[in-house]
Design a protein around this ligand. Sequence first.
Ligand code: NAD
Length: 484
Amino acid sequence: MSHSTTKQNTTNLKEVNHFIDGKTVHSSGGTYIDNVNPITGQVSVGVAAGTVDDVNLAVAAAKRAKRDWRHFSNVERGRLMLALASAIRANKDRLAELERIDTGKPLVLALAEIDGTANYFEFYGSLVYLPTGEVLDVAPAQHVYTKREPFGVVGVITPWNLPMNQAARAIAPALVAGNVVVAKPSEITSQTTVELARLASEVGFPNGVINVVLGTGPVVGEAIVRHNDIRKVAFTGSVGVGRVIGHIAAERIIPLTLELGGKSANIVFEDADLDFAAAEAVKGFTLNAGQVCSAGTRLLVQRSVYQTFLEKVAKAVEAVVPGQNLGPIITAAQFERVQSYFKIADEDGAHVLTGGKVAKVKDQENGFYIQPTIYKDVDNSMRIAQEEIFGPVLVAIPFDTEAEAIAITNDSPYGLIGSVWTRDISRAMRVADEIEAGQIFINIWNTMSVQTPFGGYKHSGYGREKGIEAVHHYSHSKTVTVKI
Ligand code: NAD
């Protein structure tokens, strides 16, 4: 990895610091992590390398804020959330630029991500008007009711692919349920999460309600999960780190939401609208240069249309151009990792339909670009079909029958999303029921909105983000029985 920890202020590099208790806070260790812009390959900002002491400071601030925040009326809490959404939209261009510096993604994607961030605060801010408990008719002389209560201080740990969006996805439902937050974005993409906390403070959130501690996972991330006053953790990231956090959460007996990886399948039957399906399949594996947990990276095509369909996909992918509408891989380590799969594919005897190489972009020669890549005639047991590559790489697998398509789809450690393409709606719904994944799309690819619960089966994780359902993952119910 091209990151190195440096002493503070040896250069004029912009510093990104923690946001704790309503103000900018420098790391107690005084060191910074060099952050590399994936378009230029050059160091762009220095990110505070937080310490356990910094985590303790943030959790203490959150704990102090907890009482106040919980006793805000629901309506007041909702209004602040809506004000934050407006502030995010008002700062959209600036935030998108920060996201671009950290991730290199095309402007249109960065802007969409900021919009999506605002949507979370609008949606969850509006839920404050919904009833949260119920009255249970248990016995004649008793009044029994349930209410939902927040956990307290929630730890939010997020990855580098959709930084602000993923932070908001957890922070917004946590707040609306009455929790306070200590967030740790990826050390590679920290800027917009800090800005989110700063904007919240500007629109009137009390100090300490949203705290952001920057730094590495093993130091800051683990310290958050281990802290005694952290009562719930929402983690988005890799399976390996999810497992580490899962062990700690199990020891501490605290609830955990794990949003992990995916190897999602598009299943194309011979009667589908092949032109539309081909265009959507390309979108499914190239969006954000494939660095999306819900990318559609396995393409299962019925053998009778396999050849024709692959020609359409190969044609459609010509419109995806590195450096234009296809951004770079966000980290140097991930750039290397994607390339290592080209070697693995070769060794496993996979056939390249298109791509399979690093892409050279004019005037961005040091950028981390990969050609959109399709392997054909892949066997589902190959590593490129089983492992999440997290780059713009698609594997095409032929099948003959519906049963075979379902078996191949479910022969995966992951189960995040899936899609079915056919004009036979009965078959579509049958297959949707059989796929082991948290969300299924029929004749469309991944139109996920903030309203739709999102999460995985198997190694893709557990718990659900988004939708009303997520609020239940940030609160527990209490039953009160009154003798009349
Ligand atoms: P990662 O697991 O390496 O890191 C995620 C976060 O965890 C980062 O903030 C990191 O600093 C922190 N971390 C690392 N080690 C830690 C530790 N020991 N204790 C606590 N925190 C630690 O993941 P990544 O490489 O940043 O992101 C890519 C992965 O995220 C992919 O596998 C992708 O599929 C997954 N992802 C999942 C979703 C989803 O919603 N299901 C969304 C986006 C990304």
